[in-house]
Design a protein around this ligand. Structure first.
Ligand code: SIN
Ligand code: FE2
Length: 205
């Protein structure tokens, strides 16, 4: 990999979803959040709250708290209920963009208010790195940063808009990535503003 290039397999698909598809997906996310409320995740060990609020849908959900650290589990940490199903529209996107032979098991729902951000990290709590990570953006724009598979490699930034899809597949599956900031007021999709990111993952081989 040349120094100015990102790992292969990274795909940025701007405007993948048109406005009606985004609106339909927001309704699906509202139903997910009604069944599995957003909560404030905590960093492992320190218990420090993350600025992003989270929930999940799928047979597994990604959670983190002081005692248990990063992990996948079958139930919501506050309600103890199984996560709601992944909406069909998201399963379709997963199939269309990569064609991985097995469906995603987890869909992490991240909600960013105007102040929220997410530090550079790798998605590596899965037991299968063959499957891609597929993420869908809804609502306000953000500054998304992606780099190499080692910390400190050069990064590039993309301004992600509502309806954009990002795929971390192949070599880029373990790329460091994060969200530097949200641009409040850049979308009319969500009545009260903010950004939703939906991240589809396969956990088991
Ligand atoms: C994540 O890495 O979990 C979220 C990325 C994003 O919000 O675009
Ligand atoms: Fe991530």
């Amino acid at each position: 990999m040349a120094e100015h290039e990102l790992p292969t397999g990274f795909r940025y698909l701007p405007a993948y979803l048109d406005r009606p598809a985004q609106e339909a997906l927001v309704e699906e996310v509202r139903a997910v959040v009604a069944a599995a409320p957003l909560y404030v995740p905590q960093m492992p060990k320190t218990g420090r709250p993350m600025s992003v609020r989270m929930t999940n849908c799928g047979s597994l959900g990604w959670v983190t708290d002081r005692e248990g650290g990063y992990r996948y589990q079958e139930t919501h940490p506050l309600t103890g209920q199984p996560w709601p199903a992944i909406p069909a529209a998201l399963l379709r996107i997963w199939e269309e963009v990569y064609g991985y032979p097995k469906p995603p098991q987890a869909c992490l729902v991240n909600f960013y208010d105007g102040e929220a951000k997410m530090g550079l990290h790798q998605d590596r709590d899965e037991r299968d790195f063959e499957a891609p990570v597929v993420s869908v953006s809804l609502g306000d724009q953000c500054l998304f940063r992606i780099g190499g598979t080692v910390r400190g490699a050069q990064t590039r930034s993309f301004r992600l808009s509502s309806g954009d899809v990002v795929v971390l597949g192949g070599e880029s599956r373990l790329s460091f990535h994060g969200v530097d900031r949200i641009f409040p007021g850049t979308s009319t999709l969500l009545r009260n503003g903010g950004r939703i990111n939906l991240t589809l993952r396969r956990v088991d081989p």
